[in-house]
Design a protein around this ligand. Structure first.
Ligand code: AMP
Length: 224
């Protein structure tokens, strides 16, 4: 379990990895076992688009094209989210940072809040393209559909749909954007003792086990 008293530090986790690597599923599992909030910037933006807020109207076209929303907007969103009370003991970040500018802003945000554990989920590109082409999400609660959910969401009963940015051309653009703008983060973080690479091309439960082990080892490494 994550630390819960003032004497121990929080657990702050960043999930890195390309679209389709399984970050969302694994972040959700880790958040549940560690009783920490999962903060998905993609989910926050999709909710804003659906609700038609001013941010939603600004980011919609960018998301539909598979491009990145501006650093200023993203940093403000995450700063406000991390200031909320439920993130006091830590958080699991899914989809942020995606640029070096965002990563250095995050370093400033977590300064004094305990170690930042960075997990890089590695999956070959052909596997990613295949996974994304068949991915369905729930239109109501946003969860990724499990393979045995054929028509409706097994959690809330909502309709299963393809994500607006999971079309083949957009997927290729998102993977290219990842290579260009987000992959440099591996260099940014990899020398840190709390960085771990995870083989994401394995069954989800095996990946979950590897993540659990890696978080334990990374926390130890970071506090030695
Ligand atoms: P995701 O659900 O994480 O794949 O995010 C979906 C889309 O939201 C991305 O393709 C971007 O357009 C946008 N997005 C999410 N997180 C970020 C971020 N940290 N920086 C810039 N754009 C983001």
């Amino acid at each position: 379990m994550a630390a819960r008293d003032g004497a121990c530090e929080a657990l702050n986790v960043v999930m890195l990895g390309p679209p389709g690597a399984g970050k969302g599923t694994q972040a959700e599992r880790l958040a549940r076992t560690r009783s920490l909030p999962r903060i998905s910037t993609g989910d926050i933006l999709r909710e804003a688009v659906q609700a038609g807020t001013s941010i939603g109207r600004v980011v919609r076209a960018t998301m539909e094209a598979g491009n990145l929303v501006s650093d200023d907007v993203m940093i403000a969103i995450v700063q406000a989210r991390l200031d909320r009370d439920d993130a006091r003991h830590g958080f699991i970040l899914d989809g942020f940072p995606r640029t070096v500018v965002q990563a250095s802003a995050l370093d400033r945000m977590v300064d004094g809040r305990g170690p930042l554990v960075v997990l890089d989920i590695v999956v070959p590109e052909d596997v990613l393209v295949r996974r994304l082409a068949t991915r369905r999400i729930c239109s109501r609660c946003g969860v990724n559909a499990a393979p045995d959910w054929t028509r409706s969401c097994g959690r809330c009963g909502g309709e299963l749909v393809t994500r607006m940015d999971d079309g083949v051309d957009i997927v290729r653009e998102r993977l290219a954007v990842y290579e260009r703008q987000t992959k440099p983060l591996v260099d940014y973080y990899s020398a840190r003792p709390s960085f771990r690479a995870i083989d994401g091309n394995q069954p989800p439960d095996v990946v979950t086990g590897a993540i659990d082990d890696a978080v334990g080892a990374a926390v130890k490494g970071a506090t030695l």
